[in-house]
Each structure stands twice: as structure tokens, then as C-alpha cells.
Design a protein around this ligand. Sequence first.
Ligand code: 5RP
Length: 218
Amino acid sequence: MQCDKLKKQVSLAALDYVPNNSMIGFGSGSTILYFIKALYKTKKKIFGAVSSSYYTTLMLHKYGIQVFELSTVSHPIIYVDSADEINDNLEMIKGGGGALTNEKIIAATSEKFICIIHESKLVKQLGRFPLPIEIIPMAYTYVLKKIIQLGGKPKYREGYVTDHGNIIIDVYDLNLGNPSEIENLINSIPGVVTVGLFSINTPDIVLIGTKSGIKILK
Ligand code: 5RP
């Protein structure tokens, strides 16, 4: 089965976790776009949305869902997002789409974090996908030096500016054997806004679209 079919399948499965009339947090990326479309087609009505990116906001508006500022609502009941890689401990790499900072904030403030992926995102060890890091532009060379000292090979994400006006580097070949240690280390470098490692705050439920149906990890 193709990736797109699996993304569609897992988006439909996520609808079961959406309480009626609730505030829902939305991640970013192609899987979430399928989820927004699935929600639009179902009879289920949500109260409103908190969005993790400008693009997701555009899509939510297109499908008639009202978007609220996170700081003006109590907190989302669930946050639905996807990932670039996830391991057996539910630790993830995210940020392929560049929305990692808002994604981490909304994930942290939501009651329940539901991650929806297709099976090729499951890995034994994190790190095949380059690790995105959002950086304040003036700290670029300093952060680069620190990442190289940690053993990573950083690459500037050409032509990309985050919703916060910052830049992103994608880091190759970093040893992510101890994800939470690396997450804390990178977070402590001055100039780093967010590292796309989600190992301290992991999802509560992971729904996986596979050729043989939906699998659930908790
Ligand atoms: C965006 C993300 C996305 O969740 C991740 O890139 C997966 O995207 P897709 O659903 O398109 O495979 O972290 O910042």
C-alpha cells in the first residue's frame, strides 16, 4: 500500500479519539492535512483548533474550523500530530516541515498527545532522518560549532524561514543513542530555540497505519 493510503487510513482512525465539541491541537505536515480533511468529512463537530503553523492554520480555515491562539484558551484536550521518525520508546524526531517549536509547545500543553504515522516512520534507532534544530540567526556559527563538537554534521536548510523568523539546520550523523541526554544538551546551547527531538515529552498514543491495519503503541 502506498504511503498516502496509509496516511489516510491512520487519519481516519484518529477520529475515534476526538471528543465532540472539544478544543483540538493540530500538528503540521501531509498526514495532518489528511486528518483535517477526515474531520471535515465526518459528522463530528469540534469546538475549535489550536494550530502549530501558518500552513495548518490556512488549511483549518479552508475546512471551516475556527482557530484560536493557544494563550487565549485553557488547553487543547488532544493534540494530533505526526513525526519523521519514532522508536519503540515513543521518542521521536520531528520538524521535517519546520514547525517543531510550535509543535513542541502545543504537545506540552495538551491533555493527550496522539501521534499518527505510517509504518515506514518506525525505527529501531533514531537518526536516519536528519535532526532539525531551529536557531536564532545571529547564533548560527556558534551553534554550528557546538553541534560539530557533539559529532554532528549540520546543514543549513536553504531558503527556509520559520514562522518565528528563525533558521533551521538539519543535523546528520549525530549519535542519538541517548535521546533525552542529547535533547537536554542541544536545548542548553545559547541561540537554540528548539531541537526536533521529542524524547522528554513523548506521545501518549501512537497510531500506525500498516498494510495489515492500524497498530497502536502506548
Ligand atoms: C513538521 C513535522 C511533521 O509531523 C513531520 O515532518 C511529518 O510530516 P508528514 O506527515 O508530511 O510525513 O514534524 O514539522
